[in-house]
Design a protein around this ligand. Structure first.
Ligand code: PXL
Length: 273
């Protein structure tokens, strides 16, 4: 059984964050662990305003000690870290322990809120986490911030940003075009330091994409844990997320959630009505 850890935030609505990660790990047949770095709550009476509450670095450390006891962790991913101190703690543990695969999801902005992390956290992601990454998975906005390029409008912009992020120390970079890129297909750019691979997928016309980013990087993490290559892991993750978006579920009136069980056609195993 592969052991896979997420160090991330809790999405109290169940679609993104550690909830997405654990559901995805389970679908991949891996044994999921979560070390909470933050908790995100949303206020229905204030226009679905997001609030991030950080977990203390001390408590994050205790969770990591618990999760990392025993047989080596096959893969780890990071998500919303809450603050700079938590980034440093996570980086230290990833550095010190024998973890075979490291995926850094540089969660800086998320839908529904403009500025979820402080600029300080961006610097810490660049300094402490990107150099540890076997792969990092920024969306268009995050890639613009990490590369210092600002708004990315074209595939060429995405390639240039991927190159700059690679130079920050990540061994592979996948910039997700997602729904923001003005193209007919959903395009992602993968860069491994030597060549670019543009991955094209169907652009799905839906608002049910809450959790898509976390699910994508969690799926890559579980794929790498299974021993798949970067390209195999990324391709399967793309299919996994496309299925999750297509079979999105209505959980609340504020955002449309992806359904993490879609790829394995969970409704055939157990009805979720
Ligand atoms: O989608 C980015 C994201 C990541 N992590 C947590 C979140 C969100 C968005 O809501 O809540 C915990």
């Amino acid at each position: 059984m592969k052991k896979v850890l997420t160090i991330a935030g809790s999405d109290s609505t169940g679609g993104a964050g550690i909830e997405a990660d654990l559901k995805t790990f389970q679908e991949y047949g891996a044994f999921g662990f979560a070390s909470l770095a933050s908790i995100v709550t949303m206020d229905p009476t204030r226009g679905w305003q997001h609030e991030v509450t950080s977990i203390s670095a001390e408590l994050l450390e205790k969770q990591l000690i618990s999760a990392l006891a025993g047989k080596a962790m096959d893969a780890v991913k990071t998500g919303m870290m809450g603050n700079e101190e938590n980034i440093k703690v996570a980086a230290r543990f990833i550095n010190e322990r024998d973890i075979k695969h490291v995926v850094i999801d540089p969660v800086i902005a998320c839908k529904g809120t403009a500025n979820i992390l402080q600029p300080k956290s961006v610097a810490a992601i660049i300094e402490d986490l990107l150099p540890l990454a076997e792969i990092t998975t920024p969306n268009l906005v995050e890639a613009g911030i990490l590369s210092g390029m600002g708004d990315l409008m074209t595939v060429d912009d995405m390639k240039a940003a991927a190159e700059k992020i690679y130079q920050l120390g990540a061994k592979n970079v996948i910039v997700k075009g997602g729904h923001r890129l003005q193209t007919h297909q959903a395009l992602d750019v993968l860069y491994d330091g030597a060549s670019f691979t543009v991955l094209a997928g169907e652009k799905i016309d839906t608002d049910f994409n809450h959790g898509a980013g976390c699910t994508f990087s969690a799926a890559i993490t579980a794929g790498l844990a299974k021993g798949w290559t970067i390209l195999e892991s990324v391709r399967t993750a793309k299919e996994f997320v496309a299925a999750a978006i297509k079979q999105g579920v209505s959980i609340n009136p504020y955002v449309g959630h992806v359904w993490h069980g879609a790829y394995n056609e969970a409704e055939r195993r157990m009805n979720h009505e």
